[in-house]
Design a protein. Structure first.
Length: 128
């Protein structure tokens, strides 16, 4: 069991599964709303989801880049109307750092199953 997996086993008020665009957005919004007792479990070794995983030649956004960014963190410096993969991935990493959610990330931590414990009204996640 890795150090990250041990850290993720602790109880948290909120567990976010995945550190792609949506998971990162949830983490940022939790932080902005004053929550600090949350963790983001990511099966890979870094944030980014699709933009981390897809590195084929010519990989780029298929919608205008200014629309493909967080409303609370616009990027007026996109290099092209349809930003390339690396530029989008870099944007996500900058957002994670800027909004202080990187310490909440647990990498190489795949969730194998989740279950609701109705009596306690909470969710338990199993991961190695």
């Amino acid at each position: 069991m890795s150090k990250n997996n041990k850290a993720a086993r602790a109880d948290h008020q909120v567990i976010v599964v995945g550190a792609g665009f949506s998971g990162l957005c949830m983490a940022i919004q939790l932080k902005e709303a004053g929550y600090d007792d949350f963790v983001v479990l990511e099966k890979a070794g870094d944030i980014g989801g699709t933009w981390r995983d897809n590195i084929y030649p010519g990989c780029a956004c298929d919608v205008p880049s200014h629309l493909y960014s967080y409303s609370f963190a616009p990027n007026p410096r996109w290099s092209r109307m349809f930003a390339p993969q690396q530029e989008i991935w870099d944007y996500l990493k900058r957002c994670a750092d800027k909004f202080g959610v990187t310490p909440h990330m647990r990498f190489n931590c795949e969730v194998e199953k989740g279950r609701i414990r109705r009596a306690e009204a909470d969710l338990a996640c199993d991961h190695p």
